[in-house]
Design a protein around this ligand. Structure first.
Ligand SMILES: [Zn+2]
Length: 94
């Protein structure tokens, strides 16, 4: 397993259509917490594989580059927490 460093990103992608759904920014990977993170895909209705995220982190919708311009296509509508699992409901910006 790769050693995470503060400032590293983990991209959560849809298990079905491989779209980027959630950008995890690790802020304190050595913190003694571990959460299972999953994201719902707005494109196909499937979801990402559950991913274990070690330590503390920030999250945001992923940025896409269209030419030189950063474009935000998704937003996080809802965050559902269950014990040590978090489900991010991701929606498309229309
Ligand atoms: Zn999908």
């Amino acid at each position: 397993m790769k050693i995470l460093e503060s400032g590293d990103h983990t991209m959560i992608k849809c298990s079905n259509c491989d779209k980027k759904l959630l950008d995890i920014l690790h802020t304190d990977p050595e913190a003694p917490v571990e959460l299972k993170v999953k994201a719902l895909c707005p494109y196909c209705g499937d979801h990402s594989f559950p991913q274990n995220i070690q330590g503390r982190f920030h999250y945001s919708a992923p940025m896409e580059f269209v030419g030189d311009t950063e474009k935000l296509e998704l937003y996080i509508e809802e965050v559902k927490e269950e014990e040590n699992e978090i489900l991010f409901v991701v929606k498309e910006i229309k």
